[in-house]
Design a protein around this ligand. Structure first.
Ligand code: F6R
Length: 590
């Protein structure tokens, strides 16, 4: 879950790479570093901390030369220290590598290299890569051959970028199961973890597993896994789709919550024919399994209710990290829907690989264009909600639920009706966000010192209870649980005490009265009840008012004020909602 970037071209590389690196910070922000090459020397700067702090202290952007690589880290192997920060080098400091992924067999490789006399400076798995390249160079291989051979020794997943003193102006990049994009611009070429970090690139190329990209200032060559030169198809990159700033907002998270209505509108801009075809495939499939992680999984769980309620199609949702344990029952008559904002989540990719190997049809619901997942799928439905930068997912979840709503209605041949309903909902959501802001700030002030929060709901609203709890834990570090309201009495009620906040999501749908009853049980134990509903009830100590909407759309509207609540609680507790501790936006490790 790290970000990597490299540039070689006519301009000075360090400022360009630094600008791209900042855009990759969502992938990890434990430490960062850069290496550049000029006149037969490599220059390095790296440290623990966030990019801006490191830049202030070490002036990353001042490194000389027109070729540079850089890294922002989310620690997996080895603590957060300067030594473990990337780039990593060989024994002679003549090869520098930045890497995203995990080398599973690094211990074995490291021991073998140490036996051959290599000296290691860090505890990372990455450091074996420059030493392996060094070893293959000693055997008389070219830089390209040595890099390819080294990559073939690595087990696990990786995307790495490497420079060497012996081949000035050249950058090599290679991947397996981790994202890598090559950008071709007017003044130089790029290799990076994602398209967001590329600047002024006219076209991009996505290398497949094992293909080596050889970047020069004036172009890129590709070698296949056997080392034969190949032609790769490039696609154009519309930089207008890559707006990436906070505008007038203090944090990306607030901006992205406020963009939830727009995300719904964008999700409706779809090709009806594709939806109708996929809807028929879903209806025909012997079994439909949805797989996802975290917030995307909660969107999938809402989708599951929608498929069942709207289209009478039962399906299951399997947490991606558990998918392999069910994979024996996935076959050619299974349709698997993978849901992922980033399209990079390792657990999802791993599950989809297994499903593909078993012959299943793969449909993915993805935000990031050109992501690993989208390229593995038979069909891709894009969210189109624009880059989501805050680590905590917000607008992408709302888009994902909108896509499920459209799919469910497409199964009834009512795609257009659904798209229309969603557009109306977007307007209602805009009003809801505006109308609840001040009240939620007051609520956050009142509960900022609390250590436990509970969220309950029934039916298709219950995944929203789980999502609200996840968001709260993730950014404000308050312990929270979200559960189907009927489950409260099977144990969790024991934890409800005087003043314990319990959020009761009870829109005026078929879940209303049963959920209220569960809320009353909690209140009888002293709970402070925060009701989320379109109708007021005497049970509520605090009412978050949502509008009355089509019964199948409540999850899409009730999640927004709860995202706001998590956000304001984080602010009141002094945590950074955009960069929560121990997390990263793209979870590319298993
Ligand atoms: C929570 C959050 C994570 C992600 C999860 C899956 O706010 O952001 O739980 O939802 O890591 O990520 P994607 O959707 O990129 O597969």
């Amino acid at each position: 879950m790290c970000g990597i970037i490299g540039y070689t071209g006519k301009n000075r590389a360090a400022p360009i790479v630094l600008q791209g690196l900042r855009k990759l910070e969502y992938r990890g922000y434990d430490s960062a570093g850069m290496a550049s090459a000029l006149n037969g020397a490599l220059y390095f700067k790296k440290a623990a901390g966030k990019i801006d702090d490191i830049d202030k202290k070490y002036e990353l952007g001042e490194l000389p030369g027109n070729t540079a690589i850089a890294h922002t880290r989310w620690a997996t192997h080895g603590g957060v220290t300067q030594e473990n920060a990337h780039p990593h080098t060989d024994c002679k400091n003549s090869i520098a590598v930045v890497h995203n992924g995990i080398v599973d067999n690094y211990q074995e490789l490291r021991s073998a290299l140490i036996r051959k006399g290599h000296v290691f400076d860090s505890e990372t798995d990455t450091e074996v890569i420059p030493h392996l390249i060094e070893e293959y160079l000693k055997e008389g291989n070219t830089f390209e051959q040595a890099t390819r051979l080294a990559s073939q020794k690595l087990e696990g997943s990786y995307a790495f970028i490497v420079i060497s003193l012996d081949t000035p102006g050249r950058i090599l990049a290679i991947r397996k199961d981790n994202p890598l994009v090559i950008g071709i611009g007017r003044h130089g070429t790029f290799a990076a973890s994602d398209t967001l970090s590329l600047q002024e690139c006219e076209s991009v190329v996505f290398p497949d597993d094992g293909e080596l990209a050889i970047l020069r200032s004036d172009g890129v060559d590709f070698l296949d896994i056997e080392g034969e030169q190949i032609e790769k198809e490039s696609s154009t990159l519309d930089m207008n789709n890559y707006q990436y700033d906070k505008g007038s907002y203090e944090y990306f998270m607030l901006k992205e919550i406020m963009e939830e209505p727009q995300a719904i509108r964008a999700a409706t801009i779809q090709d009806e024919q594709i939806f109708t075809r996929l809807a028929m495939d879903i209806l025909r499939a012997r079994q439909v399994v949805i797989t996802a992680c975290g917030t995307s999984r909660y969107a999938a769980l809402v989708g599951r209710y929608l498929f069942s309620d709207v289209a009478k199609k039962f399906c299951d949702v399997v947490m991606a990290s558990e998918f392999e344990y069910f994979s024996k029952s996935i076959d050619g008559s299974t349709l698997v829907i993978a849901v992922s904002q980033s399209g990079e989540t390792a657990d999802v990719i791993e599950g989809i690989k297994r499903a593909k190997a078993n012959g299943a049809q793969i449909v993915s619901i993805v935000n990031r264009y050109g992501s690993v997942l989208s390229r593995m799928s038979d069909d891709v439905l894009y969210l189109g909600c624009g880059p989501e930068v805050a680590v905590a997912a917000t607008k992408s979840m709302v888009s994902q639920m909108a896509i499920f709503y459209l799919l469910a209605y497409a199964m009834r041949n009512e795609f257009k009706i659904a798209a229309n309903n969603l557009r109306h909902l977007a307007d209602e959501l805009e009003r809801t966000l505006k109308g609840n802001g001040k009240g939620i700030v007051r609520l956050a002030e009142a509960f900022k010192d609390i250590e436990d929060f509970y969220y309950v709901a029934r039916g298709m609203n219950s995944p929203i209870a789980s999502e609200a709890a996840l968001k709260l834990k993730e950014i404000s570090y308050i312990h929270a649980e979200g559960l189907p309201a009927g489950e409260l009495k099977h144990g969790t009620l024991a934890l409800i005490d005087d003043g314990t906040p319990v959020v009761v999501l009870c829109p005026n749908d078929n879940t209303f009265s049963d959920t209220i009853s569960n809320g009353i049980e909690a209140k009888a134990r002293g709970a402070y009840i925060i009701g989320v509903s379109d109708i007021e009830h005497e049970l509520f100590d605090f009412w978050i008012k949502i509008p009355h909407v089509d019964g199948f759309l409540y999850p899409l509207i009730s999640v927004a004020p709860l995202h706001l609540l998590a956000y304001y609680l984080a602010l009141k507790r002094g945590t950074d909602p955009d960069k929560p501790r121990n997390l990263a936006k793209s979870v590319t490790v298993k």
